[in-house]
Write a protein that binds this ligand. Structure first.
Ligand SMILES: Nc1ncnc2c1ncn2[C@@H]1O[C@H](COP(=O)(O)OP(=O)(O)OP(=O)(O)O)[C@@H](O)[C@H]1O
Ligand SMILES: [Mg+2]
Length: 221
């Protein structure tokens, strides 16, 4: 599903360039569920941004579902992302004036979900009774579950999540992370999920750890 090779990201600021990420080779198979951990600043979000094509690498290649992202022009890359990737954010990004159901339907601009399908989707996250609620009427854990559905209802085969449980308490975080993995497993989606929580990462079949480059260099690694 994802192949990354010789990937580097250099940020330029104030005339200085800072190499923040270097990945020699990474392959994630279709249907895998992978947790990415690493200290703050190690480049986890940067890697996810390059996997989703919203950020261009400085060097190297990112192939998602057989397409080299760097070969696409911006408009084609946007269309590719919409069709291929569901993205889940730490702080949900639900639209406040829309109901839970309207937020989920938003993910399908050109398709139509039947009432029955929407109902089943909401049932699968235990929120059938709350589908007409506005985000501010839902708990934080419930809001994140709505955001999961929005990312998962489309045909997109790849789900990228950046600290999806980062703003939830420990108990809710664990239940929510397990739910996300279950939803991806049942729907056959590939999941790449960033978390700083090692215990949550340990619930994934595969874990990757990113090292902060400067630390590694200082340590002589
Ligand atoms: N737009 C930018 N310009 C310059 N440097 C940046 C920019 N975005 C991120 N960085 C730097 O790149 C490094 C990696 O950032 P990134 O956000 O990918 O880390 P992270 O592992 O996701 O951290 P966290 O766990 O805190 O979210 C950091 O040192 C950060 O300061
Ligand atoms: Mg981050």
């Amino acid at each position: 599903m994802i192949t990354v090779q010789q990937l580097k990201k250099v940020y330029e600021s104030g005339g200085e360039s800072d190499l923040v990420l270097s990945v020699a080779s990474l392959h994630i198979k279709e249907g895998e569920r992978v947790a990415i951990t690493g200290t703050s600043g190690s480049g986890k979000s940067t890697l996810l941004h390059m996997m989703s094509g919203v950020m261009e690498p400085t060097e190297g290649s990112v192939v998602v579902a057989g397409t080299e992202l760097t070969s696409l022009r911006p408009a084609a890359r946007d269309a590719f992302r919409l069709a291929t990737i569901g993205y889940i954010f730490q702080d949900f990004h639900l639209l406040p004036s829309l109901t839970a159901e309207e937020n989920v339907r938003l993910a399908l601009p050109t398709e139509h979900l039947s009432d029955e399908q929407v109902n089943r989707a909401f049932q699968s996250v235990g929120l059938a009774h709350r589908r007409h609620a506005k985000p501010h009427e839902l708990s934080r854990g419930q809001q994140q579950r709505v955001a999961f559905l929005r990312a998962l209802v489309s045909e997109a085969p790849l789900i990228l999540a950046d600290e999806p449980t980062g703003s939830l308490d420990a108990k809710t975080a664990r239940a929510t992370m397990e739910l996300l993995q279950d939803l991806c497993r049942v729907r056959g989606k590939t999941l790449v999920c960033v978390t700083h929580d090692e215990a949550l990462a340990a619930t994934f079949p595969r874990q990757l750890r990113m090292e902060t480059l400067n630390d590694a260099l200082k340590g002589g690694a």
